[in-house]
Design a protein around this ligand. Sequence first.
Ligand code: HPA
Ligand SMILES: [Zn+2]
Length: 330
Amino acid sequence: MQDFLKQLPKAELHLHIEGTLEPELMMALAERNGVTLPYASVEEVRRAYDFADLSAFLELYFLGMSVLRHEADFEDLAMDYLRRAHAEGVVHVEMHVDPQAHLARGVPLETVLNGLERARERAARELDISTALILAFLRDKPVEEAMQLLEAVEPYRERFAAVGLDSAELGHPPGRFAEVFQCARQMGLACVAHAGEEGPPAYIREALEQLQVCRVDHGVRCLEDPGLVETLRERGIVLTVCPLSNVSLKVVERLAEHPLPRLLEAGLRLTLSSDDPAYFGGGMLDNFAACREAFGWGEATFRQLAANAIDEAFMTEARRSELQARLADC
Ligand code: HPA
Ligand SMILES: [Zn+2]
């Protein structure tokens, strides 16, 4: 089964590139850039990864990324992850990036975006991994800041497939960003948003109605509202579910209690992703294997999840056909 899961062509639709920063690279970049971290060793960094909730995680996530300063750091970060993903049978990766978090530290937009662009080109050439970039807005920051960021990325418009919404969810409903998302749509960008991870089903509804998202990141709390489940099913909206993330951030206590089997039974279109693999205990293959272990799913279920991701990905139709053919062959 592990062999099957590894060779299954997996597309990852929900990943924060800053969340792929492994402790080893964090320490190496801290040294290279003269950044002081409150950790003496890689082991100490790992020991700190015991999160009470999303906010507790975000504190360390923003601290960790303080070692990223130069274009080469962003290139190394992304290449490091894409190489690991390649070894796990991942063929396509869509990465959220949080420019506001870097701008606030004085790192210019072009440094972040040029570094990631170099990695994306190399991944396509060296690893045959296709990628897409998602411009994420920090939902706990002012709407005006998001609008300014959207204007600032205009010269880089072609590098992005979509806009997204992340960071602390509770108390930050998506509807506040309706105008920003409307402008993004006018620029030809697709829309996705985190909703229903820690936040209530009403946030998922808002993301659908006010942000007009084509996918919902997480969305696992939709089950609390049967009418919403019906809407999601009717419209074929994909939920990008991140099993190990949900355990790590205490959305569920144990994977065996995760709503994934009930979401499937409800006829929803699901995909599996790793979210922040360096912080949540594993990449794509670990997430797939953990689901196999917890739910006993057979090959057909994993095939369907992999197919949903390929069908729903931001990629050229030629690439989609190629990956669909690879999936049919495996
Ligand atoms: O898991 C997450 N949830 C919300 N925002 C985030 N930003 C990085 N990771 C996450
Ligand atoms: Zn996420």
